[in-house]
Design a protein around this ligand. Sequence first.
Ligand SMILES: Cc1cc2nc3c(=O)[nH]c(=O)nc-3n(C[C@H](O)[C@H](O)[C@H](O)COP(=O)(O)OP(=O)(O)OC[C@H]3O[C@@H](n4cnc5c(N)ncnc54)[C@H](O)[C@@H]3O)c2cc1C
Length: 370
Amino acid sequence: MSRAVVIGAGVGGLTAGLALQRRGWDVTILERAPKLEAVGAGLAVQPNALRVLDLLGVGARLRELAGLQGAAGIQRPDGGWISRTDADRATERFGEPVIVVHRATLVDTLAEGLAPGTLRLGLTASDVDPDGRVVTDGETLAADLVVAADGLHSTVRGKLFPDHPGPVYTGVTSWRIVVPHPGGTVMPTETWGSGKILGTAVLGDGRIYCYATAPAEAGGRADDEQAELLRLFGDWHEPIPTLIRAATSVTRTDIRCLDEPLPRFHEGRIALLGDAAHAMTPNLGQGACQAIEDAIVLAGCTDDLNRYSAERVPRTSEVARASRRVGRMAGLDHPVAEWLRNTGMRLVGKLGPDLVLRQMDPVLTWHPPT
Ligand SMILES: Cc1cc2nc3c(=O)[nH]c(=O)nc-3n(C[C@H](O)[C@H](O)[C@H](O)COP(=O)(O)OP(=O)(O)OC[C@H]3O[C@@H](n4cnc5c(N)ncnc54)[C@H](O)[C@@H]3O)c2cc1C
């Protein structure tokens, strides 16, 4: 039986492990953390990724644990609508829903699908070579395939592509919170204003996931991040201030991405995947979804990693570019530019709500190879 060693048990590494096992590989996943920690809060799993998870046999379980979304859209800070849509309409168009789950729910669901003994926690891969050798805490593992799913600050990427500049700071930081449902209706919306964004979604257990972004100095930290959120968003429409006041913990993460795509995602027997290969901004909610796509494509290309790179480099580069475009548009911070953007989007919405959804076709209509 062929043997794969996966470095990193994030969404990308776990999905790759599952996809390879479904194809009969003997898989070991090394994770440096002592337990599976889901950093972050909620995560949108979109139709392109959901189709992969269905194929791997975990999609149905995830849907059971996800929140139903309903009416959705983009609002201004005063609560007025820039554009409106509906989750049912999106499901109709793409054949699958967009679901939002707690990150821990996705990680646990993927891990539960793995064969017993696959995960080895508390082990750091300290070196790899293209012949398939992985060194970890005094032990050397030999593999037919090494999957580097070691995230944004991937050391494997640094080793294989020493001249690549690596992740760059986008000038924008993010905050994430999960809070109890405040009652009434909370719609899955994004609110855009003065260079800032705040989004809400309902999780499967009824709690609300909120994410926010704003321009900030790299590495900046407030003494009290909740107070910082209230300073930035406290005068926006309800329920935003109420949700922020209910937060008991706030995760702050600077947004970094790979500005320059890698020339390929493989070297010898090593394949890079997920943020290690193509970290992107979160504006399209596609970083983890693309890692999930990578995993299923890789599992079908293990005999020829050139094919893996040839399929995945252009696809992920295009999604990353689109994500940055949306980020730039949502983050406009000039009254005239904002007015033009909002008016343009309202007009497009009036011409037909499906025009807004249609812009997502190239990303969301992707189907995994069967
Ligand atoms: C604010 C925000 C919101 C987002 N929202 C969404 C969303 O809604 N939908 C979406 O699809 N994406 C979203 N993303 C992007 C998504 O979080 C990432 O793209 C995704 O988590 C990347 O997964 P990964 O498995 O590649 O990397 P990671 O999740 O970073 O996992 C890497 C793992 O490797 C381990 N590791 C690293 N080095 C080693 C080593 N040497 N040895 C052993 N283990 C190692 C780490 O401990 C870690 O567990 C968002 C990102 C942000 C910042």
